[in-house]
Design a protein around this ligand. Structure first.
Ligand code: ARG
Length: 609
């Protein structure tokens, strides 16, 4: 039985919420119907529903703000009608809905919506019975291009941001049941491989038989670059290796693979530590497709010769920055590989949505690629969605670009090690090392270390730069991973310490109704039921800080609830004398909602910390 059927008994059947639709979407449909029936000529007006943020209960929970706009539109047609009167008409035309307790007109012409407690109580029961289910959305095939470091170069904090944000976006979209393809667009192709191969041949002549023990690829890169700049003979050979690599000459391919493997191993350890899963499909994958996209663009007459290069303008106005599709030496560029990649993704992978998680510095590049793809009929804006999910730079605590004390770029492995060290100190400072077993302590340490690094990145609006500070992210107050993880652990311990068994929730739900009588119970219930709205908002706008803010809100509202509503009552001797089953169920519902959000945000809660 769906929520609708359960709580709509006897009510009008005009508008049943789907079990999996969000409250906002349901209200949009209710008020959409009201507008269509009260003002048929304005039936296409987008419905404006906003959550009410006032702490005062008299304003209700949600608000429909369409009356002012409708009044304006009527005026344009020569009809004078006050927004308040319009609001009253809308109210009269709303179909009955099981989620609405009552509607009230307020202020200049708002319709305030008061949610129904019966609905909330049965929605929470369903949540406990079936687990947290996703809201219904139109399914898309979506490719997320993220992480994407470059071979033989350091994976830096910019790539770390892309990795963290990209992974969470994938988890969010997967939870919403989209068909998600996770792609690591590795920088594994280009002219730098010529000199790397030539240098490999000299340093490890036996490379075909024996894997070269390159421990420091950056150093190796520097050495080869130095020779490239100073030694003409070497330079020539490097160029010829680029050609043989692109032709697919086996020895060069082998050398290239060996070099890529060194970086690949380093990247993999980072991915494992952070629990990232992404499929490698580097620039090299597109070699043959670069040849064909160039033919395609040439065939359409979209390439222009400019000082020996072939360029392409993003649109017919020929303004802005053109793409360089073929260099004067005949080679391809980053632009060429992205044109080949977008074509492959839309025409071969048949994606209808592509998301590029790349720093803001590349926004011109992506805008140009998107426009050029449209101009060349690869991308159809009516059926394809493309997003550049951009993010700002990571700053040090001094507000300058994030560097080590000595001014070098920070190695990600070192950064993660530092996180581990700091989170252990954090736990020790709370005396946790004395109560937890060694294994529990280690789990808690990892959970905190990686959790805080991910969360401090995700909890800010990604577009702004953000200051990397272990001190800040390990604070146990405020919107931090530490606070959330501690609160979650505390919530989980409540049922465990009740002296009763709350593991078989469906059984318990047969005997227990969720009661929302106390003001704080009601507030917590309404907060939890916002989950679907938040998930939809995050996926529409591709911002995860909304989800972080929601987790923080859930934790603070839970704390208010727990402070004023006893769940377990004890006598002076500390013996349990009463267990409030409904409230324990509220704790369990809170934990379930947090668990789902934590999964999306990459936080791994532990049962003790
Ligand atoms: N490797 C590039 C860099 O480090 C990022 C690639 C992003 N993805 C893409 N399709 N261009 O800047």
């Amino acid at each position: 039985k769906s929520i609708a059927e359960e709580s709509n008994a006897g009510g009008g059947a005009a508008s049943k919420p789907k079990e999996s639709s969000s409250i906002t979407e349901h209200l949009e449909s209710v008020f959409g119907q009201a507008i269509a029936s009260a003002f048929p000529e304005f039936r296409d007006t987008p419905v404006i529903i906003a959550p009410v943020n006032s702490t005062s209960a008299k304003f209700g929970d949600y608000q429909c703000n369409n009356a002012m706009g409708l009044s304006k539109k009527l005026k344009e047609k020569g009809i004078n009608k006050a927004p308040r009167d319009i609001a009253t008409e809308l109210k009269g035309h709303c179909p009955a809905s099981p989620i609405i307790e009552k509607l009230e007109i307020a202020g200049a012409g708002f319709v305030n919506v008061f949610l129904s407690k019966d609905y909330a109580s049965s929605a929470l029961s369903n949540l406990l019975r079936n687990g947290v289910t996703p809201p219904e959305v139109i399914k898309k095939r979506v490719l997320v291009d993220f992480s994407s470091p470059n071979i033989a170069k350091q994976m830096h904090v910019g790539h770390l941001r892309s990795t963290i944000i990209g992974e969470s976006l994938c988890r969010l979209l997967e939870f919403l049941q989209h068909d998600v393809i996770r792609i690591n667009h590795l920088g594994d192709w280009g002219t730098q491989f010529g000199m790397l191969i030539a240098h490999l041949e000299d340093r490890f002549p036996n490379y075909l038989n024996e894997s070269p023990p390159i421990s420091d690829l950056q150093l190796f890169y520097k050495e080869s670059k130095k020779r490239f700049d100073e030694d003409e003979e070497f330079k020539k050979r490097a160029y010829s290796r680029v050609v043989s690599l692109q032709k697919g000459v086996p020895n060069s391919i082998k050398a290239w693979e060996l070099i890529c493997n060194v970086s690949r191993k380093e990247f993999q350890t980072i991915y494992e530590r952070l629990d990232i899963s992404v499929k490698e499909r580097g620039e090299s994958f597109y070699q043959s497709r670069m040849l064909s996209v160039v033919e395609y663009l040439r065939g359409k007459g979209l390439l222009e010769v400019d000082e020996g290069r072939e360029i392409m303008w993003p649109d017919d106005t020929k303004t802005g920055i053109p793409l360089t599709i073929v260099k004067s030496d005949g080679g391809f560029t980053y632009d060429t590989s992205d044109m080949a990649a977008i074509r492959h993704r839309l025409e071969e992978e048949l994606c209808d949505w592509i998301i590029y998680v790349v720093d803001s510095g590349q926004s011109t590049h992506f805008n140009t690629i998107f426009k050029a793809a449209e101009r060349s009929a690869i991308l159809n804006p009516l059926s394809h969605r493309v997003d550049h999910v951009q993010f700002g730079v990571v700053l040090g605590e001094d507000g300058k670009k994030f560097k080590t004390r000595s001014g070098d770029t920070v190695k990600l492995a070192d950064l993660l090690d530092e996180g581990m060290k700091r989170s252990l100190q954090q736990l020790e400072s709370r005396g946790r090392d004395k109560v937890l077993t060694p294994q529990e302590l280690k789990d808690a340490q990892e959970s905190l270390a990686y959790g805080c690094i991910k969360y401090s990145d995700l909890c800010h609006n990604r577009i702004s730069d953000y200051i990397f500070s272990f001190d800040k992210m390990l604070e146990d107050r405020g919107n931090t991973a530490v606070y959330l993880l501690y609160t979650y652990t505390r919530i989980c311990s409540i049922a465990r310490n009740s002296g009763e068994d709350f593991t078989n929730l469906p059984e318990i739900l047969k005997k227990t109704n969720i009661v929302l009588a106390h003001e704080k119970e009601w507030k917590l219930a309404k907060t939890l039921l916002k989950l679907h709205d938040i998930l939809i908002k995050c996926s529409k706008e591709l911002f995860l800080h909304f989800l972080c803010e929601f987790c923080f809100e859930v934790c603070t509202v839970f704390t208010e609830f727990y402070d004023s509503c006893y769940c377990i009552e004890k006598n002076k001797q500390g013996d349990i004398i009463a267990v409030n089953h409904s409230r324990i169920l509220m704790c369990e519902a809170t934990a379930a909602v947090l668990r789902q959000c934590f999964y999306i945000l990459g936080l791994k809660p532990v049962s003790k910390m």
